[in-house]
Ligand binder design. Sequence first.
Ligand code: TTP
Ligand code: MG
Length: 594
Amino acid sequence: MDHRPEKKAPRRNDYRVILHFDIDCFYAQACANQQPALKTVPLGIKQKSILATCNYAARRRGVKKLMLIAEARKVCPELVIVEGEDLTPFRDVSKRLYALLRSYSWSGKTERLGLDEVFLDVTDVVAYNVELLNRNTLARSYFCLSRTDPEQGFEYDASAFAGCVVYRCGPEDAAQAAAAAVLDSNPLAIRLLVASHLANYIRLKIEQDGFTSSCGIATSKLLAKLVGDKNKPRNQTALAALHDDHVLSFMDGHRLRKVPGIGAKTTHILEAFVTSGEVPDLADVDLHTMECSLTVGEVRTHADISAPTLQNLLGGRPGSEKGLGTKVWALLHGVDDTEVKPARDVPTQISIEDTYRGLNEVSEVTRELFLLSLSLLRRMLVDLVEDSPKPTWLAYPKTIRLTTRPKTSAAEGRPYNWSRSSRSAPMPGFVLNAPAVPADEIADRLVAETLLPLFYKLHPPRQQARGWNIGLLNVCATNLTGGADGKSGVANNKNIATMFRRQEDVLREFTEYGSDGGEGGGWEVAAAASGQPDGTAEEGSGALAGFSDDNTWDQDDYGSNYREDMEQCPLCGRFMPRFAQSAHDRFHSMEQGG
Ligand code: TTP
Ligand code: MG
């Protein structure tokens, strides 16, 4: 008797149309826009000893994202390197581009992923414009960008797709074949074709703002993100997968680690199971050195893999995400029903951090806390204060949190979030005196009255003799709320000030520990447990929620020389060389700002 599990394919829903935009070499373009001479040279953006990113001219010469500066110079001696430590300009541009993209949404479903990626659910815009099509005059169609103002729109040729198309046949025939499906009145093909013109138009608008981008057009976030990666930079790709087997063959060719939502641990378990039939004990696994060549197809078609077996393999582990097996089974089939989340006007929290070679002196710690506070205040003013008609706080953080980590050396082989520990306190009300009171005065007071006392709780002065050896400081304004009653909405300074006073009386201090802290109580750990299968206490995993195991960079991105010392980010699952961790930490700390 055959005991093989029944392989029941999950149902895919194709009624939505989703665009995924990704700005090409984001930091590099942002810098080149500031200094146009940089547009024509191979350019790398430096953070500490690595390149946070590099432009495509540099990539063509073998330079890679997150490469060591020394290595990049060797590979490409003519590389121009620009300092990218000040993240403010990138954040500002990200906000501006997001606002631009948002303006094309009717539903408000515009979700950011990181600083330079945005999903738009344009189902409604596309449906409206499909209705407007006239089969006899397809080549002279008009795209309405507004339901109320017919003047807002553009002319387009609806007899052909804009940009590239992935279809079942070879790429050279894809566009024609897909267009033929349109003429054949395939409703899905028509929606995707119309959407491809909207994507093209929006990309043009982004270019007029100085940035080239890539875009994926499909029926889910998963498929849009994957297909958008097929033709980069400065291009777009629609996934004209009109039947289930088109979607399956599209998915099957991807390496498992490329699939957003399938993380390193899942990959490891499945790799072991598919190649040897064994179920590994993750405690013994070195994810750093893990190779992951397994493809989606190899897992999906494996005789012993089905939704229930995946649930057995992946679910039921301590801290594992609920329904993980079913979710992975769906992803393997290109099924992803997660919604594009509606835009938020204010971030959920804002944090700033930096890494150090080991701070041991009070004066050093004070100086760095001051600089971080200053950046935090500036960010709060940009993100939370509306300038006109007069400066008004739209939302305010009720809590300030300090996180530290000792300096570790690569040789110690610790995970990057080893020994992070935090202390929180109510955010003092005087921060609301900004912008009337200069930021440096407020930052000074914040350090003296709040942050240094928190620091001493984490690192008592008596321990200084042994060396504090601080490798990371993170200051986070969190617990953001929009009004004195806790509901969102515009708050006025008076009721915020009242709230702060009341809160200072009422709120007790609470402590969170890093993954080695052992006490693990409190909201932060609870929040992490829902996003992080390994239960590591880390803030901001929500920024990638639904895509919490997102991995768009595979190991090849780092070059084969670096594999020995790979580290996995517990927030997003990306692998990276140990030396790239600090830049990557900062990348996440920026995302948390929303
Ligand atoms: P990405 O979109 O991953 O990279 P990119 O825009 O530079 O390149 P691509 O054309 O392949 O999309 O990340 C956006 C920016 O975020 C990137 O310009 C630099 C920054 N970043 C870091 O600083 N550290 C990191 O670990 C990652 C992943 C990104
Ligand atoms: Mg990008």
